[in-house]
Each structure stands twice: as C-alpha cells, then as structure tokens.
Design a binder for this molecule. Structure first.
Ligand code: NAD
Ligand code: DAU
Length: 337
C-alpha cells in the first residue's frame, strides 16, 4: 500500500480530495497534515475521520522536525501539497503569513521530499500566478507568470522553488494550476459560499466594483480527479492547467444564486473594489485533457445547483463557522467598504 502525505487536507479542496481518495482508491493510505487554521475544519471530514486508511495529524508544514518525524513514522512515499493561506483579500491585509506558509512551508516539504527520495511531489498551485487576462485568450502552461496579489506572488514563488528542486536535484515533481473551485465545504469568505450565506440570511450581497470580473469555475470534485490523474499518470517535471471552461461574470453568478434561493436582486450591493483586482481568468485545459485523458464531469449550471443544495442541507456546518471568529472578520472586511 502506498502512503501519501496530503497537506491542508482539512480545508476546502484538501478535504474533498481526501474523501475522494479514501472512497475511490482503496490501495492508498492518506496521512493528512493540517495546521487547522481558521480555514481548516475537521467537520469537513467528519465522515472520514475513522476510515482505516486515514491518519490525521495536526501540525504546521513549516515545522521541519515534525514533518520529518511523520514522514519517517508513516513511511511516506509522496507528498501532495494543498496547504496554503488561500484568500486574496486576507493577503492584501496581512501578507506575512502567506509568505511563511506558502513559500517557507513549501520549501520545508521540498527539502524533506528530496532527502527521502520520494517518488513524487505534487504542488497545488493556482491560475492566479499568471495574472489577469484582457477580454480574449486563455492561460496556457506557457503563459509567463505575472502574479498581482501577495497571495498569488507567494504561490508563484513556491512554484519556482518546486521547479528549482527538480532542475537542480532531480526532484520528481508536478505543478497543477487550477481556476476557481466551488462546491461543498468551501469556507464562506470565498465568493460563492459567502453570497449563499448572505442570501439565506437576507443580508446584502457585496459585489466588488462593477461585478463584471470574470472567473472560470470548476466543481471541486473535478479538480480532485485532475490532481489524482496528475499524481498517477503525469511525467515528472510537467505542469498542468486545470479548468472547467465555465467563464462567468461575478454578477451573473450572484444573480443565479439569488434566483435559486428565491431571493430578490435588491440584495445586491456594489462595494469598493479589491485593490489590484484581476479582471479575468480563463484556463486552457487542453494539455491535461489530451495527455492524461482528464475531463470535468459537471458544467457550471448543474454544479451550482448541487452546491446550493449542499449548503441548504448543511446549514449546521455553515452556521457553526459563521457564528465564531467569522463575525469579526466580516465586520473588518465589509463594514465601511
Ligand atoms: P483552504 O484555505 O480552504 O484550505 C487550506 C488548508 O491549509 C486549511 O485546512 C488550513 O488549515 C491548512 N493550512 C494553512 N496553513 C497551514 C500550515 N502552515 N501547515 C499546515 N496546514 C496549513 O484552501 P483551498 O481553497 O482548499 O485551497 C487549497 C489549495 O488549492 C491551496 O494551495 C490553493 O492555493 C489552491 N487553489 C485553490 C483554488 C480555489 O479556488 N479555492 C483554486 C486553485 C488552487
Ligand atoms: O483562481 C484560483 C483562485 O480562486 C485560488 O487560487 C484562490 O485560492 C481562491 O480564493 C480564488 O481566488 P479569487 O480571488 O478569484 O476568489 P474569491 O472567491 O475571493 O473571489 C471571486 C470573485 O468574486 C473575485 O472577482 C472577487 C469577487 N468577490 C469576492 C468576494 C469574497 C466579490 O465580488 N465579493 C466578495 O465578497
């Protein structure tokens, strides 16, 4: 049985990935290392906690002795690194922790992966490393990196470190760069769950700027299957873009959420724009589709219905999050905006 260290496995995408692996790949043991920051939540894995192939460890990817210890103890064969500070707005307020986790944390994992001669290191990156698009075109794997926020700058730096470990010392790595994910267990600081939560509570829906920014949405399960395919099938040293070909204006997404929930458009409130807000993302996924035969299973209209229904069915999960520290966060970010 192969043992994979999945970092950040209590977060949004990581928890969906851990669940998928445990359910669909029974010959894999997952050691899930997560610091349980504000974004990490063991309730995301309530149904998997006692799975025989799942070991959860609370810890920081920057803590080299601890990471070495668990790598030795569980004889880790490969690392898939989801752990990160992931929210652009927070990076604009407090960038330091993004540098620590996203760059220094990745460096810590890379050193250990190299020292232990691991079979693979998969870095979960983002399309935001490419910067922003004009009205036409899509990001390919050849698009130059041009990150615009402290978050995306920290992710781009991590990508460069991963590449350098491959180039200098032959580390067998892959990098995945995915577009915006949505689906179950997403922390309600991100646009889709934030808008769902506000709409459910008849609170204003804060749309940044003119609302005409474009994101290319991918259902989280489809991101997970793509990462799995890269882990299992990709040649070392290759980078893959992942996207769903679902470009939408933010305003259209918000309107769709309101219409699904039977709430009025008068809840939409235009607020001050995010500094340096990237205008448009769009992903060309043709490389992963042709090399690895991956394709997304859901289009946006189906995925968003499923997602809204999930939040309706998991109001306790949502209410638990928004009743804590989140209130303070929301006040700081949105009052006087
Ligand atoms: P998330 O914020 O929901 O989860 C991040 C997880 O990492 C949390 O469980 C948190 O506790 C953990 N973590 C943070 N710092 C840590 C540390 N120092 N040590 C150990 N664990 C730590 O993020 P997400 O949206 O699930 O994103 C996961 C990864 O995917 C990130 O690397 C992100 O850059 C990337 N990504 C996200 C999206 C998206 O749309 N959400 C798209 C493309 C790529
Ligand atoms: O593209 C991949 C990236 O997608 C990931 O790397 C990031 O981790 C993830 O957070 C996400 O970044 P975005 O900044 O695109 O996601 P967010 O959900 O914060 O915002 C989506 C769009 O909605 C963006 O144009 C800003 C806008 N927005 C967001 C919030 C939170 C609003 O208009 N109002 C809001 O309250």
């Amino acid at each position: 049985m192969r043992t994979v260290l999945v970092t950040g496995g209590a977060g949004f995408i990581g928890s969906n990935f851990v669940r998928m692996v445990l359910q669909e790949h029974r010959d894999i043991r997952v050691v899930n290392l997560d610091k349980l920051t504000y974004a990490g939540n063991l309730e995301n894995l309530a149904d998997c906690r006692n799975h025989p192939n799942h070991i959860f460890v609370k810890g920081d990817i920057c803590d080299a002795p601890m990471v070495s210890e668990i790598v030795n103890k569980y004889q880790i064969d490969a690392i898939i690194n989801f752990a990160a500070e992931s929210h652009v707005d927070r990076s604009l307020v407090e960038p330091g922790v993004f540098i620590e986790t996203n760059i220094y944390g990745t460096l810590t994992l890379l050193k250990i992966a190299l020292e232990k001669k691991m079979e693979r290191f998969v870095q979960i990156s983002t399309d935001e490393v490419y910067g922003s698009l004009g009205p036409d075109g899509k990001f390919t794997e050849m698009t130059p990196l041009s990150p615009n926020s402290p978050y995306s700058a920290s992710k781009a730096a991590a990508d460069m470190l991963v590449r350098a470990f491959g180039h200098s010392w032959g580390l067998r790595y892959n990098i995945t760069r995915c577009s915006n994910n949505y689906g179950p267990y997403q922390f309600p600081e991100k646009m889709i769950p934030l808008m769902i939560n506000n709409a459910l509570n008849d609170k204003p829906l804060p749309v940044y700027g003119d609302g005409l920014h474009v994101r290319d949405w991918l259902y989280v399960y489809d991101h997970c299957t793509a990462v799995w395919d890269v882990f299992i099938k990709a040649q070392p040293g290759t980078i893959y873009n992942i996207g769903g070909n679902n470009e939408k204006h933010n305003l259209d997404v918000v309107r769709l959420i309101l219409s699904h929930l039977g709430k009025p458009e008068s809840l939409i409130t235009y607020v001050k724009d995010r500094p340096g807000h990237d205008r448009r993302y769009a992903i060309d996924s043709s490389k992963i589709m042709s090399d690895l035969n991956w394709k997304p299973s859901l289009q946006f209209e189906e995925g968003i219905s499923k997602t809204i229904q999930w939040y309706l069915d998991h109001k306790d999960w949502l209410n638990h999050i928004v009743s804590g520290q989140y209130q303070e966060y929301y006040k700081t970010m949105y009052s006087n905006r």
